[in-house]
Design a protein around this ligand. Structure first.
Ligand code: CA
Length: 320
């Protein structure tokens, strides 16, 4: 057959540089991947429980795609992220039954952790309701977990008004005794996004709450130190939950609850990198990214970079 040297496969990059590896190339489908990698990634595309319009179900696909916008090379470390990430794909959601979908998230994450293929799990939401299921699954395997939540909101809404929505995950975790308040640290809680009742609910349960005002002038290192100090020596595993609305609307236009007065993206990324250096930090979720209302995939790009920051932190720890 005649050679056609200038044809490339549809969908492949327009330009390929022989010396550049794209971050998306780190992802290896789990059925063709090596038996083990320190990292596993899974999508939980559920946004029907959102109390406002949300296309966060589309985020896992877009965030993975945005990994091809970046390379694996950290100029700051002068190192390449060199370890593959097992991509378990996305959890299939029930079209109408929200509670069934949340149960599928919990069951699937339990199955994945049980496989012991990856000691660190990266979970792509979805809206914040998925974190109840994934933290419940994570807690099954550890005696005493800590949860560090980056969020503009407490997510302590009552369940009487709307059931297990994206405003309730941390309320459900506390009410159901999956974690106690002293196992939860909330960072970036903002004015005019919450109510007095929910602040008091958190205080009653001894949740560590840091408002945006309290952390605005701190470095990422100081924020991380505060969070780790609050969890103390008692935890044997830490789960990070990153609601992208912790960021100011200037940095994350593609999420349902945008607003001013939030964190800048550099602080969040550095905090994730520093936290990942702790051996107890074993899981992270990124939620509330809505690619359908984003601008140039800005918000999905931040989410992709959150993944890279986590991998970088783990690599730094490994190198030490
Ligand atoms: Ca939230």
């Amino acid at each position: 057959m005649e050679e056609l040297p200038f044809l490339k496969k549809s969908g492949e990059a327009i330009f390929q540089d022989r010396f550049v590896k794209k971050a998306a190339e780190l992802l290896i489908p789990w059925n063709s991947s090596p038996a083990k990698s320190r990292f596993g990634l899974i999508g939980a595309p559920l946004s029907k429980p959102s109390i406002s319009h949300s296309g966060a179900a589309f985020a896992p696909t877009t965030i993975r795609k945005m990994l091809s916008a970046y390379t694996t090379y950290s100029v700051e470390m002068d190192k390449n992220l060199n370890e593959g990430v097992i991509d378990f794909g996305d959890i299939m959601m029930h079209p109408t039954d929200i509670v069934e979908s949340q149960a599928r998230i919990q069951a699937t994450i339990i199955d994945i952790i049980r496989k012991k293929t990856s000691e660190n799990l990266l979970i792509l939401g979805g809206d914040h309701s998925i974190s109840f299921s994934s933290i419940q699954a994570f807690a099954t395997f550890h005696k005493h977990i800590g949860v560090i939540q980056f969020d503009a909101h407490h997510d302590f809404r009552n369940l009487e008004d709307g059931g297990p929505t994206n405003g309730t995950p941390f309320r459900r975790l506390l009410d159901q005794g999956v974690i106690s308040g002293d196992q939860l640290v909330q960072i970036g809680i903002r004015d005019f996004c919450n109510s007095k009742e929910y602040r008091e609910y958190g205080e009653k349960h001894k949740v560590s709450i840091f408002t945006m005002k309290e952390i605005r002038h701190l470095s990422a290192m100081q924020i991380v130190q505060k969070a780790i100090d609050r969890l103390g020596q008692k935890v044997d595993a830490i789960y990070l939950s990153v609601d992208i609305d912790v960021l100011d609307q200037a940095f994350a236009p593609g999420c349902p609850a945008i607003g001013p007065g939030g964190m800048d993206s550099q602080t969040l990324l550095e905090a994730v990198e520093l936290l990942a250096q702790y051996k107890h930090v074993k899981a992270i979720d990124i939620v509330e990214v809505d690619p359908t209302i984003d601008f140039r995939d800005m918000t999905s790009r931040v989410a992709a970079w959150v993944i890279l920051s986590f991998l970088k932190g783990k690599l730094e720890r490994h190198e030490k």
